[in-house]
Design a protein around this ligand. Structure first.
Ligand code: SAM
Length: 216
């Protein structure tokens, strides 16, 4: 199985050797890829909708992984067994990912590991994580067919450290990445510019200025 650039990035952040729960699995490409490549031993492939879960079951059967991947119909983490410490939540909005985590406080166990790939509103997800005792270990960014995708490797520590609004926008993306500097920060600035023009709020202007500084 070959993953696209976005899912390759997601798979690269998964902790090797540990079973995962893939939330919003749809086609189950990530768990199938990780098991077929010997990166993880087993997985729960979870989705809130029957159609996507049927897609997952088809892929699991095609790759003969019925003994290693358990499909589960679950809204977020609600019906996921508590014997897993590694979670992948990819391809959803940042606010939905934050809601899925906050609806299942049992995942807040020290050392638990998360790979999160928000399609939108990454800043809201970072805000949630950093206010709730999660630590963002690292982030990555790829550009595929003119779209930017980011993914985060996150651990639960229980410690809340003070952060600024610009931390939520800039994240822990690699400072050496030209995609990060040229495209990601400029995209964030353009979104904030729209808000500033509509509201003329000084705090938004200050935020834009701090992101511009990070560009240089
Ligand atoms: C765009 S697909 C992403 C599939 C895959 N994770 C990826 O990144 O390519 C989003 C999937 O999340 C599922 N989903 C949305 N809300 C969910 C929730 N609350 N709990 C579990 N799955 C959910 C949808 O049914 C859909 O299959």
């Amino acid at each position: 199985m070959k993953l696209d650039l976005r899912l390759t990035m997601v798979a690269s952040l998964v902790r090797p050797g540990k079973p995962i729960a893939d939330i919003g699995t749809d086609h189950a490409y990530v768990p199938v890829y990780l098991i077929k490549n010997g990166i993880i031993p087993s997985a729960y492939a979870c989705d809130v909708k029957v159609g996507p879960l049927d897609n997952a079951k088809k892929t699991i059967e095609e790759f003969e992984l019925e003994d290693k991947i358990t499909p589960i119909l679950s809204d977020g983490l609600i019906s996921v067994p508590h014997d897993v410490n590694d979670f992948v939540i990819a391809g959803m909005g940042g606010e939905l990912i934050a809601k899925i985590l906050s609806d299942s406080p049992w995942v807040k166990e020290e050392g638990n590991h998360f790979v999160l790939q928000p399609q939108t509103h990454a800043e809201d997800l970072r805000h949630y994580l950093l206010s709730e005792g999660y630590e963002i270990l690292k982030e990555d960014v790829v550009k595929d067919k003119r779209h930017l995708y980011i993914a985060m490797e996150v651990s639960y520590t229980g410690k809340v450290v003070a952060h600024t609004e610009s931390d939520y926008y800039l994240g822990k993306l690699p400072k050496s990445s030209s995609i990060y500097k040229k495209d990601y920060i400029e995209y964030m600035i353009s979104r904030l510019d729209v808000q500033y023009k509509a509201t003329r709020k000084e705090d938004i202007k200050a935020l834009i200025d701090s992101l511009k500084e990070a560009l240089s």
